[in-house]
Design a protein around this ligand. Structure first.
Ligand SMILES: [Zn+2]
Length: 72
């Protein structure tokens, strides 16, 4: 019974599974203007700051927004 639910759930969520190219620089792209910045290679930096448009955003949130764009 429990397994059935897991199967169902993974199938349901699998529909929206995002397959990103392995080299997709989701954490280096500005989710607002698309500018690519290499400054975020420093993983201790939690905030992404775009030198192009001035966007300041949580690094992981910025990356997830970029991944979301891949599906649209
Ligand atoms: Zn930007």
């Amino acid at each position: 019974r429990f397994r059935e639910m897991l199967d169902y759930k993974s199938r349901w969520y699998g529909r929206d599974l995002i397959i990103a190219p392995q080299n997709y620089p989701s954490s280096q792209l500005c989710s607002d203007c698309g500018n690519r910045s290499s400054q975020t290679k420093d993983l201790s930096c939690r905030i992404y700051v775009c030198p192009e448009c001035g966007l300041e955003i949580d690094r992981d949130y910025n990356a997830s927004l970029n991944l979301l764009k891949l599906t649209m």
